[in-house]
Design a protein around this ligand. Structure first.
Ligand SMILES: Nc1ncnc2c1ncn2[C@@H]1O[C@H](COP(=O)(O)OP(=O)(O)OP(=O)(O)O)[C@@H](O)[C@H]1O
Ligand SMILES: Cc1ncc(CO)c(N)n1
Ligand SMILES: [Mg+2]
Length: 544
C-alpha cells in the first residue's frame, strides 16, 4: 500500500485499499458483538436486579505515575461521571510533567489474566483502551473481547505522549488497524495518531481532519472522532466526528492553560462512561467534550509539577487560584466574630448602594457578611450578590446568602444562612455540597441539636433582644442564648437587637462556643457604616 495513494485521494484510497475485506470481516464481528450484546443484556436482567447495577467501564491502559493521563485519568474521569471503573494495566510508566522517563510493559499473559479476572466476574458495559504497548497485548485483548463481549468498545489509539515520548511503537499501528479498529464502536485518535494510522498523512487543518475521519472510518470502526487539541494555530478546540454518514464539527473555546496532560485519555473515558449509562454516541461525545472543557477551565491555573504540561483536576475540586483568589477556604468559626447582615430598606434610607455598604462594613472590621435582600427580585438579588462577592473575595471575607440556595449557587457564594421555616439544612447541604458554609437560626437546644445532626456549620441564636428588623420575633434573652450555647455542638453567633451598647454583655456570658455577634441596624441603619463597624469591632475586641 503506497503512501502516495493515501495522500492523493482519500476516496480512491477507501475504494482500493482493503476496505471491502475490512468491512466484511468487520461486519461479521459486529454481528457477533451485537448478538452477544443482546444475550448479555438479557442475562444481566435475569441474574441481577438491574436497577442496582452501576454502569461499568473497564479501562485497558497504562499507568501514569504522574496521574494526569493513563489509568489514573480514566479512574478519575469515570468517578467524576458517576461510573464504576475497573482497570487492566498494560504497562507501568515512570512519567511526570516533564515527560516519560521509563516504560515497563506487562507480560501479555498477565494482561490476559487481568482481563479474565474482570470480564469473567463483573458485568462490564464498555471497554475503553488506552496505551497498548505490544502487538501481543493487542491480540490478547482481541481474544478476551471475543470470549467476553461487551456493549461497546472505545479505542483511544494512544501512541505518542504530548511530550513526544513513544508509548506504543510503529509496529503497533498495524495491530490497531487490522485487529482493533474493525471491532471498535468509536476510535478517538489525536492528530498525530490519525496521521500514523493513515501511513503518515499530514494533518494541518480542520479540512484535513475531515478527510482523516472519513479515511479512518474505512478501517472499520463504527464512528471516528479526530481530536484537534493539538491542531496548530486554532483558537478553538475543534474535533471532527464522523459516523459513516454524517460529519459533526464539535467546537469549544480553547482554554489557555498548560494543564492539558491527559485530556485525550479523559475524553475517551468520559465517552465510555456516557455510553455505559446508555447515551447515544453523539450525545456521549458532546457531554464528554463539555466536561473536559469545564475541567480545563476550572483548573487552568493549578500548578502540579515543573514541566511544560501539567494535569488538570477531574473532580473540579482543586479550584483555580485566579477565579477563586481570596476564597476563604474551609469554614473558620472565628469568622463569626463580627457578622454583618445587610438590609435593603436601610441602605435605601441612607442612600447607600449594597456594594458601598458591604465594602464599608468589611473595611470597618466585619469578619463575615450575609446578604439578606428580602423583597428584592431574583435578578437584582443575584446581581447584588455577584458584585458583593468580588468585594468579599478581595478582602478574604466569607459571603453568605440568606435563604436563597439558588442565588448562593448561582453566584458561588461561600454559603447560606437559613431559618427554621426555610429550606431544611439537610436538603441545603445536599444541594450545596460538603464545602459550603451553612448556618441556621435556632432558639432552642432541640433545634441546635438538629442543626448539628443535619450538617450545619454554625447556628445563629436569637433574637437575644427585641429588634425592629424582625416582627413578632420571640426573644430568648441572655439566659436563652446561654442555654442554647451550652447545648450546641456547633459554634454560635448571637443575633437580635445587639449593638455597641450591649454587645459586650452578650460576649461576656462566658460560653466558649459563642463566637460573635450578628448585627443589622447597628451597622446599616446608620449614616456612616464604616465608623459604626469600627466602633462595634472595638467593643467586641475589648469584651473578649
Ligand atoms: N486547551 C484546550 N481547551 C479546550 N479543549 C481542549 C484543549 N486541549 C484539548 N482539548 C480537547 O480535549 C480533548 C482531547 O484532545 P487532544 O487532542 O488534546 O487529545 P490527546 O492529544 O490525545 O490528549 P493527551 O494529552 O492525553 O495525549 C479534545 O476534545 C480536545 O478538543
Ligand atoms: C500511560 C499513559 N497513557 C496515555 C498517555 C497519553 O496521554 C500517557 N501520557 N500515558
Ligand atoms: Mg494532546
Amino acid at each position: 500500500m503506497a503512501c502516495s495513494v493515501v495522500l492523493s485521494s482519500p476516496f480512491y484510497f477507501c475504494k482500493n485499499f482493503t476496505v471491502l475485506s475490512l468491512q466484511s470481516s468487520n461486519s461479521s464481528h459486529r454481528t457477533r458483538t451485537f448478538v452477544a450484546m443482546q444475550g448479555d443484556g438479557a442475562s444481566a436482567a435475569t441474574k441481577n436486579n438491574s436497577d442496582l447495577k452501576i454502569p461499568h467501564v473497564l479501562t485497558v491502559a497504562g499507568s501514569d505515575s504522574g496521574a494526569g493521563a493513563g489509568i489514573q485519568a480514566d479512574l478519575k474521569a469515570c468517578a467524576a461521571r458517576g461510573v464504576y471503573c475497573s482497570t487492566v494495566i498494560t504497562a507501568v510508566t515512570a512519567q511526570n510533567t516533564v515527560g516519560v522517563q521509563g516504560v515497563n510493559i506487562m507480560p501479555e499473559d498477565f494482561v490476559a489474566a487481568q482481563l479474565k479476572s474482570v470480564l469473567s466476574d463483573m458485568q462490564v458495559d464498555v471497554v475503553k483502551t488506552g496505551m497498548l504497548p505490544s502487538t501481543d497485548i493487542v491480540k490478547v485483548l482481541h481474544q478476551s473481547l471475543r470470549e467476553f463481549p461487551v456493549r461497546a468498545l472505545v479505542i483511544d489509539p494512544v501512541m505518542v505522549s504530548t511530550s513526544g515520548d513513544v508509548l506504543a511503537g510503529p509496529s503497533i499501528v498495524s495491530g490497531f488497524r487490522d485487529i482493533l479498529l474493525p471491532m471498535a464502536d468509536i476510535i478517538t485518535p489525536n492528530i498525530k495518531e490519525a496521521s500514523a494510522l493513515l501511513y503518515g498523512m499530514q494533518l494541518a487543518t480542520v479540512s484535513d481532519m475531515y478527510s482523516a475521519a472519513k479515511l479512518l472510518h474505512c478501517f472499520g470502526p463504527r464512528n471516528v472522532l479526530v481530536k484537534g487539541g493539538d491542531l496548530p494555530d486554532s483558537s478553538d478546540a475543534v474535533d471532527i466526528f464522523f459516523d459513516g454518514e454524517n460529519f459533526h464539527e464539535l467546537r469549544s473555546a480553547r482554554v489557555k492553560t498548560r494543564n492539558t496532560h491527559g485530556t485525550g485519555c479523559s475524553l475517551a473515558s468520559c465517552i465510555a462512561a456516557e455510553l455505559a449509562k446508555g447515551s447515544p454516541m453523539l450525545s456521549a461525545i458532546k457531554v464528554a467534550k463539555r466536561f473536559i472543557g469545564t475541567a480545563l477551565d476550572y483548573s487552568k491555573d493549578i500548578v502540579v509539577g515543573n514541566g511544560p504540561q501539567g494535569p488538570f483536576d477531574h473532580l473540579l475540586r482543586l479550584k483555580s487560584t485566579s477565579r477563586n483568589s481570596g476564597r476563604p477556604g474551609a469554614f473558620n468559626p472565628s469568622d463569626l466574630f463580627l457578622y454583618a447582615v445587610t438590609d435593603p430598606r436601610m441602605n435605601k434610607k441612607w442612600g447607600h448602594s449594597i456594594t458601598d455598604a458591604v465594602k464599608a462594613a468589611i473595611e470597618g472590621g466585619a469578619t463575615i457578611v450575609q446578604l439578606r435582600e428580602k423583597d428584592v427580585d431574583t435578578g437584582s438579588f443575584l446581581e447584588a450578590a455577584r458584585a458583593c462577592i468580588e468585594i468579599c473575595r478581595h478582602h478574604r471575607v466569607p459571603l453568605l446568602i440568606n435563604d436563597r440556595i439558588d442565588v448562593a449557587l448561582a453566584c458561588d457564594a461561600d454559603g447560606v444562612h437559613v431559618g427554621q421555616s426555610d429550606m431544611p439544612v439537610r436538603f441545603a447541604r445536599a444541594l450545596l455540597g460538603p464545602e459550603k458554609i451553612i448556618g441556621v437560626s435556632c432558639k432552642t437546644p432541640e433545634q441546635a441539636h438538629q442543626a448539628w445532626i443535619d450538617g450545619a456549620d454554625y447556628i445563629g441564636c436569637g433574637g437575644v433582644h427585641p429588634t425592629n428588623t424582625k416582627e413578632n420575633n420571640l426573644t430568648v434573652g441572655l439566659d436563652g442564648l446561654k442555654t442554647v450555647c451550652l447545648a450546641s455542638k456547633l459554634p454560635v453567633v448571637a443575633i437580635g437587637g445587639i449593638g455597641i451598647s450591649n454587645a459586650s454583655d452578650v460576649m461576656k456570658i462566658g460560653v466558649p462556643n459563642l463566637k460573635g455577634v450578628a448585627v443589622v441596624s447597628a451597622l446599616f441603619d446608620r449614616e456612616c457604616v464604616l465608623t459604626e463597624t469600627k466602633k462595634l469591632r472595638a467593643v467586641l475586641t475589648e469584651a473578649i
